[in-house]
Ligand binder design. Sequence first.
Ligand SMILES: [Zn+2]
Length: 178
Amino acid sequence: MTARFRQGAGRLSLDYVRTLRRRGKPGAVEELPDPEALAAWITECSPIPVSTLPTPEQVAVAQDLREAVYGLLTGSDGAAGRRLVNAAAARPTPAPELDSAGGLRWRADDTVEATLSLVARDAVDLVSSPAIHRVRPCADPDCSALFLDSSRPGRRRWCSMDTCGNRAKKESLRARTG
Ligand SMILES: [Zn+2]
């Protein structure tokens, strides 16, 4: 299965906020426009596959939460955004469970709510930890994704070497070779 959504920003909350691609730029792309898309993100990026299709209301909540998380992580949040994040974080997260073969699986009564709770808790944990100083915007001016730089020297510039980093490398090569 090829991945539909981009991951690898270093934290669940950072992968989640990039589902609004090119935020604030012309040509911004909403990757979670409907229940089907939100279900696909949960199945691909959360530990639990989605059990029932999200409602349109849950899609609206998920988008609002995402923008509140983005505000929190970039220091541009307000009290309303903080309340949204706190409310989502207060909901139950997926619970670990052993299956009959002794393998680990996760369960939740509401897989949508539980995943959004994981995202919100991850954001709260991140923003209140020293790691927040290593959250940066991608150096690609069109990208607008955030990533956690966990490299030792702290000089990572791209949200992903496969996409933005690779494109920049090719462009500088092209500029050099004319
Ligand atoms: Zn990028």
